[in-house]
Design a protein around this ligand. Structure first.
Ligand SMILES: *[C@@H]1O[C@H](CO)[C@@H](O)[C@H](O)[C@H]1NC(C)=O
Ligand SMILES: *[C@@H]1O[C@H](CO)[C@@H](O)[C@H](O)[C@H]1NC(C)=O
Length: 442
């Protein structure tokens, strides 16, 4: 047996030769393969994307969500009567007081009206007559404008409903729980004044009635509603409720259809103000605070309509002629009144029966001495529309329905008195039930 050993010259040269070609080198233990340049890039890209995706998520949790969730505005006591600060009244003929009727979320027309009156924010003062939110395309935009221009306001029935819902949603007390149900002794059995609330306790939760799905119920309601309209609501004749009636039953009920429910216990409809719920979801705490700050009545201690017109009260719907002080006016009247009932015009009607409150108001003012008189600037009554009388100025000119948005512009005449103009802009049709309807609901 021979053991053969290779001669030294046959050992591979790389053992000793640092210049030996790499290709010939087998892997050494500490010679891990270097990262491939392609894999490294992929990782980098993923990392960058990951971080980029994380930024909005972090932002949401750290900044946006806490500010949105934690800030709930605490409602304050309803201000029944506020005095308009006299120092805010225009001192010279440069500044003006501009009263604006029911804007109802029609932000574009609101802007156009301000243009039409050549509104100067540093000089002019706005006074919104309530119902500036709901129904129309963008109530939040209207709120933004109102706050930007520091507009004074009175509370309308829609603002009041919003505040009531807000209180309910956040477990707060609400001190002005009035509904569209004026005390006239008759329970509003006519479907006109069914309750506009109490559909829910949690936003967006479906109310289940006798095991039916919402869709089924809606279909069923549609049928019932149309027969209800025919038989229960239109008995007074075809002209009684037309499409252009702001409070037309069809309109109210179709609102109900979109979001409300049929109440099997009463056989009536529960009216749901879906718009207010949507606005509450979108509104900032500051916007809720603005709405909360609107008094029911804004008293302007100034004879804007001349010495015979007395001082001025701005409110949403109207006042009772036989209640001498503003503080004694009933909130339900101030927010909802339209007509007064026989035999003595002393009871507000829950329907449209009776005589318009402003007729009685104007006749009554004439019986008073000029120093005791008062002029009311108001909105609410879209059906009557623009209604300028000696002691009452009704400015709801049905913008939501495509008619007009109206301002009453009061300006000092330089002789110690005031002069006024009525300025209107044409509105687009925002009511989806009317021909010419242009936009989606907010
Ligand atoms: C008006 O009529 C109602 C109902 O008939 C009655 O209760 C009330 O006392 C009357 N008010 C006045 C001031 O006469
Ligand atoms: C109710 O008011 C109207 C309008 O002012 C008036 O014509 C009528 O006489 C009043 N009715 C009563 C009973 O006072």
């Amino acid at each position: 047996m021979t053991v053969s050993v290779a001669p030294v010259s046959q050992y591979p040269r790389y053992r000793d030769d640092p210049n030996a070609l790499d290709a010939e080198r087998p892997l050494a233990i500490d010679d891990k393969p270097g990262p491939s340049p392609r894999r490294f890039n992929k990782k980098n890209i993923l990392l960058v994307f990951g971080i980029a995706a994380l930024i909005p998520v972090l932002y949401f949790f750290l900044f946006w969500a806490p500010t949105r969730k934690s800030k709930v505005y605490q409602l304050t006591a309803t201000v029944k009567v506020a005095d308009y600060p006299t120092e805010l009244l225009p001192a010279s003929s440069e500044g003006r007081l501009i009263f604006i009727g029911d804007i109802h979320g029609c932000n574009v027309e609101f802007g156009q009206l301000l243009e039409a009156v050549e509104f100067v924010p540093t000089q002019d003062k706005l006074i919104l007559l309530g119902d500036f939110i709901s129904k129309g395309p963008d109530s939040i935009a209207v709120l933004e404008m109102a706050m930007k221009y520091d507009a004074a306001c009175v509370r309308g029935n829609h603002e009041n409903t919003l505040l009531r819902r807000y209180a309910k949603k956040h477990g707060q007390k609400f001190d002005n729980d009035v509904r569209d149900r004026l005390e006239d002794g008759t329970k509003s059995g006519d479907l006109e004044h069914f309750d506009d609330d109490d559909d829910d306790d949690d936003d967006g939760e479906e109310v289940t009635v006798i095991g039916q799905s919402m869709k089924t119920k809606r279909k069923a309601m549609h049928g019932m509603m149309h027969s209800a309209v025919k038989h229960a609501v239109h008995p007074h004749g075809a002209h009684a409720h037309t499409d252009d009636d702001d409070d037309c039953m069809m309109h109210e009920m179709d609102d109900t259809l979109e979001s409300g429910d049929f109440d099997p216990s009463t056989g009536g409809f529960v009216h749901v103000m879906a718009d207010e719920k949507k606005i509450i979801k979108k509104a900032s705490p500051e916007q809720i605070e603005y709405i909360d700050s609107c008094p029911l009545i804004l008293h302007i201690p100034e004879q804007i309509f001349g010495p015979d017109g007395g001082d001025v009260a701005a409110c949403h719907a109207g006042l009772m002629w036989d209640v001498p002080t503003l503080t004694d006016q009933e909130p339900a009247v101030v927010l909802y009144i339209r007509t007064l009932l026989p035999p003595n015009n002393s009871t507000a009607s829950a329907s449209r029966d009776g005589i318009l409150w402003k007729e009685v108001w104007n006749d009554y003012q004439e019986t008073l001495s000029p120093s005791q008189r008062r002029t009311v600037v108001y909105g609410h009554d879209a059906k009557t529309g623009l209604a300028i009388e000696a002691y009452s100025k009704g400015l709801d000119s049905r913008c939501y329905k495509g008619d007009y948005l109206t301002a009453l512009v009061a300006k000092r005449d330089g002789l110690g008195g005031w002069k006024h103009d009525i300025v209107s802009v044409k509105c687009q049709v925002h009511d989806p039930k009317l021909p010419g309807y242009v936009d989606g609901k907010f």
